[in-house]
Design a protein around this ligand. Structure first.
Ligand SMILES: O=C(O)CCC(=O)C(=O)O
Length: 303
């Protein structure tokens, strides 16, 4: 499978997400899994969060437990090689056009038996751009079933108003689960075998419950944008703190295909700046916990 069917493209535009099964070539999947398992193994030597690892509660040298490998594309070339392969690029061009940039990558390695939830949010609230031709690809590196804390999406939410992601006046990277406009009762789980992909629009409301399964839930996420979508200064994002040269180099180094554009395409998009920031914005897990996000999943588990 290297292209999306017309129906998949239409479903992406209608629902704001799709599942693409058997998308990763088996040899590539095996390499991605092997490199990832090695990285998890190496986290045994780490005891505090650093540039590579965001550790889960209970992490130790005998029981490695990770929330995340932060920017896998910086850690091993395989992650960028797959992103730039025909197998992936041909899938996303119908959604983002010929000129595509990667803004960031991350590998959410939700540890087995309780690995942290990700509270409901819209990625757009973290990093508004000049237009919303942005999406995230989730590459399943493990089988992800209902008990493993799969991504859950709210169909059609990418066309609805952007919800408040604030708590007590501070950006907390999550909506209030009591917000009726979020329609959380409509959630759909995106489950699949290793080698499947989820693709979701930057404005689609999504989250995921703790992993209650026996194995880590390994989801490699690439955040991509049309090259003429430029981040709005002040966003809580990977670009914050870069000088002009660093930003330019980053953009150039992370082109997936086509050419970088110097002419941002401005469209009528709803923007709320994610400011003031929470105490620790080093990952979504820290943003949500230090920002005091209300937990949908803790409430659900307790009931
Ligand atoms: O890993 C997950 O379940 C959700 C990840 C996510 O939404 C994010 O990191 O922005």
């Amino acid at each position: 499978m290297t292209t999306l069917s017309t129906q998949q493209i239409n479903n992406y535009h209608r629902d704001g997400f799709i599942l693409v099964e058997n998308a990763v070539p088996p040899d590539v999947l095996a390499q991605l899994q092997s490199v990832t398992n090695d990285l998890i193994d190496k986290s045994r030597n780490v005891s505090t969060n650093n540039d590579v690892y965001d550790l889960d509660k209970g992490h130790s040298s005998t029981h490695p437990r990770l929330n995340r490998i932060k920017t896998p594309h910086d850690v091993h070339p395989i992650y960028k090689d797959y992103l730039r392969s025909d197998a992936l690029v041909d899938l996303i061009k119908p959604l983002l056009g010929e000129n595509i940039r990667m803004n960031n990558s991350k590998l959410n390695a939700k540890a087995a038996q309780g690995g942290a939830p990700v509270e409901w949010h819209q990625d757009w609230s973290f990093y508004p751009h000049t237009n919303d031709d942005l999406l995230a690809i989730g590459v399943m590196l493990s089988d992800i079933g209902e008990e493993d804390g799969p991504l859950q999406m709210i169909p059609g939410s990418h066309k609805e108003p952007v919800l408040s992601h604030f708590n007590n006046g501070v950006y907390c990277g999550a909506i209030n689960p009591e917000d009726k406009a979020a329609r959380l009762e409509d959630a759909v789980s995106v489950t699949g075998k290793a080698g499947s992909l989820s693709i979701h629009h930057v404005r689609t409301t999504h989250g995921s419950a703790p992993n209650m399964g026996e194995n880590p839930r390994l989801l490699l996420l690439y955040e991509l944008s049309a090259a003429d979508a430029w981040p709005i200064s002040g966003a809580l994002s990977v670009f914050t703190g870069m000088n002009q040269q660093e930003l330019w180099d980053y953009f150039q180094n992370n082109m997936v295909c086509g050419e970088q554009s110097l002419v941002p395409r401005l469209t009528d998009v709803p923007v709320v700046m994610p400011l003031p920031p929470p105490g620790d914005a080093s990952s979504i897990f820290q943003t949500q916990s230090s920002g005091g996000a209300k937990s949908a999943f803790a409430v659900k588990n307790a009931s």
